[in-house]
Design a protein around this ligand. Structure first.
Ligand code: AMP
Ligand code: MG
Length: 392
């Protein structure tokens, strides 16, 4: 049986772009840049006062002038009418352009103004003190934002500063999502004792939403080969198909067989992990992937994190997230000879393992913020053993 890392390698080797599109800056949160963005001008675009104060010429100060006549008050957004004449200064506000003839700004706190004359209670000044110089942050034409960057608040703010209101981003995949099972009913509908509510539909939609993906198609399908075939065939033009349930060894687990019958090439069936072992993965004739996840809610969650997210990261060209490590706070016995994933909470002291009954325990991941790995070959873990985890 494949190790999960081997399965991940197969998946990432088949990663492909979902295309690119132009969007408004307004809609850019979380999207991945498909273009590099250059500075449209120097930043700051002018010598900018960084303090409220008085702008003088260093040459006047050095020739012994200590009392300056205010030639003009310059507010942010204004341009001074004329350059300084000898012995004069501007009263200047933070953010205002400092004219070229001035090269020192003295803070208002260090000044004494009487009518239109100002003196200063400091001994020395330095060239360009309290002035952010034109182009010191970036030069016109410098590519400041690189292709592949995620539009987080800092990126979005910078794009706005650069006047970039339309941008090319990587397109999101067209996803078809199917849940399966005769026993599964829609939440909100009457439920018999033998029935289970369709939580995975909501789990998977919520996990996809974190990637800004809204499935183009969603359908619940009974355990019926013909119906499965019909719905899945219609979805073969998607970038990704995600199904859940019907991939284990039961008599009604038709997914692998049906998928192969409509031309989806099997990449692997079963991975040496717990939970999630029955996962089936294949490639559609159009090159896109099918992830057939097991139906147990925790298995579904774990396999989404391990395989679907790995695929999305590779398709969007994002950096592989670094695996974190923390000491485990309590002992944990090894149950099976598989890489076991268990829900955990991250604290300052280490990783707290969360008890759960089985992969069908619907509260397994409730208070977890991490998915920790108990490697197949590790044996029992004791408190203090370092454990790898991925954030949930
Ligand atoms: P399966 O993978 O189809 O054998 O299902 C494994 C377990 O997961 C069974 O107990 C199912 O009832 C349950 N299950 C399957 N699909 C869902 C779903 N969409 N929501 C919640 N539980 C499910
Ligand atoms: Mg089923």
């Amino acid at each position: 049986m494949l190790k999960y890392t081997e399965a991940q390698n197969i998946i990432t080797s088949l990663a492909r772009s979902f295309g690119q599109e132009e969007i408004a800056l307004e809609d850019a949160d979380g999207r991945v840049l498909a273009e590099g963005v250059p500075a449209d001008r120097d930043y700051p675009p002018f010598n900018r006062a960084t303090m409220d104060g008085y702008a003088i010429a260093l040459r006047d100060w050095e020739s012994g002038v200590r009392g300056f006549k205010i030639q003009q008050v310059v507010y942010a957004g204004q341009v001074a009418a004329a350059e300084l004449t000898a012995g004069t200064c501007y009263k200047i506000m933070t953010g205002a352009p400092v004219p070229l003839s001035a090269d020192v700004v003295i803070r208002r706190e260090d000044a004494v103004q009487t009518d239109d004359t100002v003196t200063f209670n400091i001994e020395t000044v330095k060239p360009f003190q309290n002035i952010a110089r034109k182009g010191e942050d970036m030069h016109e034409g410098d590519v400041i934002l690189q292709k592949g960057m995620v539009c987080n608040p800092s990126v979005i703010s910078l794009l706005a500063s650069l006047g970039k209101v339309k941008l090319m981003v990587k397109s999101l995949p067209k996803v078809a999502l199917f849940t399966t099972g005769d026993e599964v009913v829609e939440p909100g509908m009457p439920v018999l004792v033998s029935q289970i509510r369709n939580s995975n539909q909501y789990l998977l939609k919520s996990l996809l939403r974190k990637w800004l993906i809204k499935p183009a198609v969603y359908q619940h399908i009974a355990d019926d080969q013909e119906q499965l075939k019909q719905h899945l065939t219609k979805a073969l033009n998607c970038d990704m198909i995600i199904t859940c349930g019907g991939v284990s060894a039961g008599d009604a687990d038709y997914l692998p067989e049906v998928l192969e019958s409509i031309g989806v090439k099997k990449l692997f069936h079963k991975v040496a992990i717990r939970p999630g072992k029955p996962i089936w993965c294949g490639q559609m004739p159009n090159g896109g992937l099918v992830f057939a996840l097991p139906g147990n809610p925790f298995s579904c969650h774990v396999t989404f994190k391990l395989f679907i997210e790995t695929y999305l990261i590779a398709c969007f060209g994002l950096p592989k997230p670094a695996l974190s490590q923390l000491p485990l706070l309590s002992a944990k016995a090894k149950k099976v000879n598989l890489d076991e994933f268990f829900p955990a909470r991250v604290s300052n002291d280490g990783l707290l393992s969360i008890a759960f009954n089985s992969s069908g325990d619907i509260k397994s991941a409730l208070v977890a913020d991490a998915l920790a790995v108990h490697p197949a070959d590790a044996g029992d873990l004791i408190a203090g053993n370092k454990v790898m985890f991925i954030s949930l």
